[in-house]
Design a protein around this ligand. Structure first.
Ligand SMILES: [Zn+2]
Length: 103
């Protein structure tokens, strides 16, 4: 999976199509990510202890990584991401449209 925490992604399918957000969590075993402000679902919650508020809360639900594209912060476009190895052996991601390294 090429997506990492704090990447900016754009949703390419579903009800949130076109929305952009920052990746908050990556769930590699499911190929899913949590994106800020995307795929909000409403949940009813009960008070559990004093700190917790009862009522309806909005939560972000994970989206499958095939439903998003990484937005390149160098060229600002949703980009296909490639992987390359540097001379020192590090593996880095790069944007296929502007060829800039993202890490
Ligand atoms: Zn780019």
């Amino acid at each position: 999976m090429k997506i990492r925490k704090n990447d900016t992604v754009v949703i390419i399918t579903g009800k949130d199509k076109g929305k952009k957000g920052k990746v908050r969590r990556v769930l590699p075993e499911k190929d899913q990510i949590m994106v800020e402000g995307v795929n909000m679902i409403k949940r009813h919650s009960r008070t559990r202890g004093a700190a917790r508020q009862a009522g309806i809360i909005e939560l972000e639900a994970p989206v499958h990584c095939s439903n998003v594209m990484i937005v390149c912060d160098k060229c600002g476009k949703p980009a296909r991401i490639g992987v390359q190895f540097l001379e020192d052996g590090r593996k880095v991601r790069f944007c296929c449209s502007c060829k800039e390294v993202l890490d």
